[in-house]
Design a protein around this ligand. Structure first.
Ligand SMILES: [Zn+2]
Ligand SMILES: [Zn+2]
Length: 254
């Protein structure tokens, strides 16, 4: 749940001026304003699963886009149940919207390419959570023009693993990403609780990053009972030194 200095899950990935949102918890609009991110530059939204802490900010955001006169279609990806949520929104709140809200259902057991954009491809992969849940991997495309300008240019990558218990294939699916976000809801001492609630501990997040050969790890989604995540961060760094603990409003350059 939100606490005074922490909002639920939401991230914006900026790729050559376009924005891709990952989850949309309560408070997303206000955080976007604070970060000076344009609502109109959002190309697509990727929802991991239908738990409130990952999508209660969606209706407000969709409404604000309509008020700003958005006309470009908006693609919203997520599990089947998200279709019903969006239909509810359309039935009651979308009368004045001049843009098309396009639901794209994610349904896969293995990594699957779901979005092919000018600068980036997006691959969905299933996570292990209490309900159907997906992670998303972004791989930058290198255009011929960019390679001409800079032959040394290298495609960058990012992966978002929201709520999940650890499982064997995950490091393979996020192999080699420059930046990995992985939830770390609990410290090691609460591994039992993490398993019972389909979440990960700090150490499990760090092991995933190490096995995947990720460049850096960002952890987040701390239990609201955890007031000080320095200990959690240290547990990660013992396994994977290139770890940072996300706080609201942080910006990471890939
Ligand atoms: Zn969840
Ligand atoms: Zn959650």
């Amino acid at each position: 749940m939100p606490i005074s200095d922490r909002n639920p899950s939401a991230q914006a990935l900026a790729v050559h001026g376009r924005l891709f949102l990952l989850d949309c918890g309560e408070g997303t609009q206000q955080q976007m304003r604070r970060a000076h991110l344009s609502f109109l530059k959002v190309e697509a939204i990727f929802i991991s699963h239908i738990h409130g802490d990952h999508l209660f900010g969606l209706f407000g955001l969709l409404n604000t886009m309509a008020m700003y006169g958005r006309t470009a279609p908006l693609y919203v990806y997520g599990p089947q149940a998200l279709g019903s949520v969006l239909n509810f929104y359309r039935s009651f709140f979308a009368d004045d919207a001049a843009y098309e809200l396009v639901f794209r259902q994610v349904d896969c057991r293995e990594p699957q390419l779901i979005h092919d954009s000018k600068w980036v491809t997006v691959t969905a992969f299933p996570l292990h959570h209490k309900i159907e849940c997906y992670g998303y991997r972004f791989d930058e495309k290198l255009t011929e023009r960019r390679l001409r300008e800079n032959p040394q240019a290298r495609a960058k990558s990012y992966a978002y693993c929201s709520d999940t218990a650890p499982f064997a294939q995950l490091p393979e699916w996020v192999r080699g990403v420059d930046l990995l976000y992985h939830e770390a809801t609990y410290p090691c001492a609460m591994a039992d609780k993490a398993a019972a609630r389909w979440h990960s501990t700090s150490e499990q997040a760090a092991r995933c990053a190490a096995e995947a050969g990720a460049g850096r790890l960002v952890i987040g989604h701390y239990s609201s009972r955890i007031k000080d995540f320095e200990a959690l961060l240290q547990e990660c760094r013992d396994v994977f030194p290139q770890t940072v603990a996300a706080q609201d409003g942080d910006v990471y350059e890939i």
